[in-house]
Design a protein around this ligand. Structure first.
Ligand code: HEC
Ligand code: HEC
Ligand code: HEC
Ligand code: HEC
Ligand code: HEC
Ligand code: HEC
Length: 504
């Protein structure tokens, strides 16, 4: 035989069988994940990482191995001096081919099962709360911890942060990739910036679960406070909060939820990035009549400036911390005292505890150590009898305070109540008083309503933890400020005295 030209199949080398098996199982996984992705409706940037980065990577490796096997075969044929013309034909008479066929079939069987199993597992994992909160542990720790203390602890992160649909899918892919890089390069900002600008409008997230026209009526809220005196004297305020909403029986829009339901529309321009200072508000009523409220001492916003954002007031302008609420130390102390986790028998505990919680710390370890030793030192020095006799109560107080600190303060991320305003009230942050401030007025000189009865009735108040001992009235009582500050609370915002420096 002189003819050196032999037609040979490309499947003579075992590597081609291995490559093809990997290629096929990667392809199968990709199709499967793509199908789940399309049908699930919920998008997630990290999940896409598995589908669109890891799976194609497997496919590429398979294909690469296959090409490598061709190159090896061509080279060795050349070395043997053979002139080859490889093709993809099936050649059952070739024993090498038959061996590789079995290798290919067996390996594909094993790989398809293994790759699909681990691939779908990885895919599910990226969708989970644990992945969002723990993979980027330090970055997301503040949001993750507070999330678990919230009413939404069972609502997956993606339900509020991404939601269904194509545009936000793409946006979140881009954002997710940027976040991955920022985490890898350690270049993220501390604290993470807020407000979240590409957060989906509330209509598409919150309102998927909470029907805005729902009538909530009135809600009774009891707050127990403790003073900064030796006895940690209690003070209770019981409020009937007029949440309101759309009343299906009367057809009226009422109370606090009046702002954004039906055809009501409130818009505002914020003067600062965190939307805490508002000097311009526009109200568009059901019949299209418009009222503008403006602060007479401030220049009106520059509407020719393209960066001026007229924002439509929606759920998240009040409920901006539905899932990541960082308690102020005074609020945390009051709560722990009212539930008995900290004993009111410990003299000045409200004041000393607050100071320890509110101090500046670099790390969590430093803070925990300072709280532990600080409290013990205080009682050893100031109240030696108490220190000797109530060791247990002091230990309990330390435990409760560490809990408050570790659940609400994240020094490594510079994140706590001081940078995470809560807009749902007007006590710790301006919240409602950003607009209901008595300054902004319309053309007729009227201000946005701000008398104390507009939003809630005080039905009970006074110096006791036991509401039965206090004056009560369902018709509403005139507010009494616990400390004698004259009529200052009528003229000033609460936050002018209750400041972050003071623990609120
Ligand atoms: C009930 C809806 C909801 C859920 C569930 C939720 N978030 Fe949020 N998240 C929000 C809102 C609202 C904001 C603040 C928006 C603003 O002020 O612009 C926010 C803000 C954030 C921020 C920006 C920093 C900040 O504190 O403002 C991060 C990071 C974050 N969330 C991560 C998570 C993670 C991780 C999870 C799951 C463990 C999660 N979120 C679950 C609604 C939610
Ligand atoms: C996937 C469904 C779901 C989504 C999305 C959702 N919530 Fe909720 N929300 C719930 C459930 C369930 C509860 C009740 C939890 C309970 O009572 O234990 C709740 C409770 C609440 C409460 C009352 C509890 C409290 O914190 O005092 C508020 C307010 C609230 N949600 C606001 C919001 C806002 C604002 C958004 C959008 C950022 C939102 N929710 C998105 C399911 C959802
Ligand atoms: C003007 C501010 C404001 C806006 C806007 C707003 N809320 Fe509220 N909402 C409140 C206040 C205040 C409460 C009572 C606070 C509390 O629970 O202590 C409340 C309570 C709730 C509750 C709990 C009701 C209950 O019985 O405990 C839910 C759920 C809720 N809001 C959902 C929404 C949703 C969804 C939207 C957007 C469609 C929205 N809110 C818009 C201020 C607002
Ligand atoms: C962006 C500005 C803005 C913010 C912030 C705001 N409001 Fe309003 N609110 C208005 C305007 C404007 C009106 C209508 C003018 C009026 O009634 O004086 C109004 C009216 C109301 C009314 C009367 C509704 C009715 O039945 O007629 C209540 C109650 C109310 N707001 C509660 C609240 C509460 C509670 C908060 C904070 C959680 C809040 N508002 C935050 C702008 C705002
Ligand atoms: C624009 C609506 C609005 C007006 C006006 C208003 N409040 Fe409030 N107030 C709220 C809301 C909302 C909360 C939070 C209720 C909750 O936690 O559910 C609140 C909470 C409070 C609390 C409890 C504080 C806390 O968070 O521990 C006190 C006390 C109070 N208000 C007193 C007053 C007094 C006094 C006035 C009159 C000077 C007043 N409010 C006017 C909306 C209003
Ligand atoms: C002129 C300054 C000033 C203003 C304005 C003011 N407060 Fe106070 N407030 C104080 C002082 C001082 C105390 C006493 C703190 C203590 O017990 O040592 C206090 C204590 C309180 C307490 C009780 C205990 C605690 O936990 O601190 C409540 C509740 C309270 N204020 C509510 C309000 C509300 C609501 C407003 C707005 C309507 C308001 N205050 C406005 C100065 C002020």
């Amino acid at each position: 035989m002189i003819a050196k030209l032999r037609k040979r199949t490309l499947f003579r080398h075992p590597l081609s069988a291995v490559g093809a098996a990997i290629f096929l199982s990667g392809g199968a996984l990709f199709l499967l994940l793509l199908l789940i992705d399309i049908t699930s409706g919920v998008d997630n940037p990290y999940r896409a990482l598995v589908t669109f980065v890891i799976t194609p990577f497997i496919i590429t490796i398979g294909f690469g191995l296959f090409l490598l096997s061709i190159w090896i075969q061509v080279r060795s044929a050349r070395r043997r001096g053979e002139k080859v013309s490889f093709n993809l034909s099936i050649d059952p008479s070739d024993p090498a081919y038959v061996r590789n066929l079995w290798l290919f079939l067996g390996l594909t069987g094993v790989l398809v099962v293994a790759v699909i199993y681990s691939g779908t597992k990885a895919y599910d994992a990226t969708d989970s709360v644990a992945f969002c909160g723990q993979t980027c542990h330090v970055v997301m720790e503040p949001q993750h911890v507070t999330y678990h203390n919230s009413a939404h602890a069972r609502v997956p992160c993606v339900e509020c942060h991404i939601g269904p649909g194509a545009t936000f899918f793409v946006k979140s892919k881009i954002d997710g990739t940027r976040q991955l890089f920022a985490t890898a390069l350690n270049s993220f900002s501390r604290p993470i910036e807020t407000p979240v600008h590409n957060l989906r409008p509330a209509q598409e997230t919150c309102e998927g679960c909470h029907w805005p026209q729902q009538f909530y009526g009135e809600k009774m809220v009891t707050r127990t406070y403790y003073r900064t005196d030796e006895d940690n004297s209690p003070w209770t305020v019981k409020l009937l909060v007029k949440i309101g909403g759309g009343n299906p029986r009367t057809g009226k829009l009422e109370g606090i939820h009046w702002h954004m339901i039906g055809s009501n529309r409130i818009e505002y321009v914020a003067a600062d990035a965190k939307r805490q200072e508002i000097n311009w508000v526009r109200m568009i009523g059901p019949d299209g009549d418009t009222t503008v409220y403006q602060d007479p001492d401030e220049d009106p916003p520059d509407f020719d400036d393209p960066t001026t954002e007229i924002r439509r007031f929606d759920c998240m302008d009040c409920h901006n911390r539905p899932s990541h609420n960082f308690l102020a130390p005074a609020t945390g102390m009051n709560l722990a005292l009212s539930t008995g986790k900290i004993s009111t028998d410990l003299k000045y505990i409200r004041e000393v505890g607050l100071e320890l919680l509110n101090a500046e710390y670099e790390t969590r370890e430093e803070a925990n150590e300072a709280i532990r030793t600080g409290l013990a030192d205080y009682y050893r020095d100031e109240y030696p009898d108490l220190f000797a006799g109530s060791k247990e109560k002091i230990d309990e107080a330390v435990t409760a305070m560490l809990d408050i600190y570790n659940q609400n303060f994240f020094p490594e991320m510079n994140t706590d109540y001081r940078v995470r305003e809560n807009n749902l009230s007007h006590f710790v942050n301006d919240g409602c008083f950003r607009c209901h401030d008595g300054y902004m007025e319309n053309e007729k000189g009227e201000t946005i309503r701000n008398d104390c009865f507009t939003c809630h009735l005080i039905v009970s108040q006074g110096p006791s933890e036991n509401v039965n001992q206090l004056e009560c009235s369902v018709a509403g009582l005139e507010f009494k400020h616990p400390e004698d500050i004259d009529e200052a609370w009528r003229e000033m915002k609460c936050t002018e005295c209750h400041t972050p420096e003071s623990g609120y």
